[in-house]
Design a protein around this ligand. Structure first.
Ligand SMILES: [Zn+2]
Length: 186
């Protein structure tokens, strides 16, 4: 990966509502930042972002570095059939078992938040948006080693992150930024 000057004059700063994946894509000529809701991932927005980088900046997927920031994980994120159906319609059934689970998927780093059911309710699944985003970006040709997923669940870590799923309308907001480090050209 080569780093170069950003076309943006300043770091891209974006603030939005929580639990969403924050997805900086950093290429040779530019960096962009997109705040991705689950429905955006189903609508192939990560794929569209990589294509837009190529179209607008001449980037190639092999040069991109992609980062998926903290967002709600499959340890906590129960979704309904509408979400699973949207992914099934967009990607077919092939990958649904990689992204949707009958039980929450806690880890040592991301325990399920209090109150999460041990098994899904009827017509509900636990959704791994991190894997869905990673798979989609990898399919565009970005090397796996250049896709970085924070794997930090916003709902699991009440002292670190805001989470709409955990806190509802009282939840705060989070901000994120990306910037290019200045390096000599040549
Ligand atoms: Zn969690």
């Amino acid at each position: 990966m080569s780093e170069g000057p950003s076309r943006s004059p300043a770091p891209t700063v974006h603030e939005r509502k929580l639990d969403r994946s924050r997805m900086p894509i950093h290429g040779f000529h530019a960096h962009i930042y997109y705040d991705t809701a689950t429905r955006d991932v189903a609508a192939r927005v990560p794929d569209a972002l990589v294509r837009a980088m190529a179209r607008e900046f001449g980037s190639t997927p092999a040069d991109l570095i992609v980062a998926v920031g903290p967002s709600i994980g499959a340890c906590c994120y129960e979704v309904g059939a509408d979400v699973r159906d949207a992914f099934g319609a967009a990607f077919g059934d092939r990958d649904l078992t990689r992204w949707f689970f009958d039980e929450p998927q806690p880890t040592a780093a991301n325990p399920s938040m209090p109150g999460v059911a041990r098994t899904r309710r009827p017509n509900h699944w636990f959704f791994d948006g991190w894997q869905a985003a990673r798979d989609q970006v990898e399919d565009t040709g970005v090397p796996a080693a250049q896709i970085h997923v924070a794997q930090l669940c916003t709902a699991s870590h009440a002292t670190l992150f805001c989470s709409y799923r955990r806190d509802g309308k009282a939840a705060g907001r989070m901000a994120a930024a990306i910037a290019c480090r200045r390096r000599p050209l040549g």
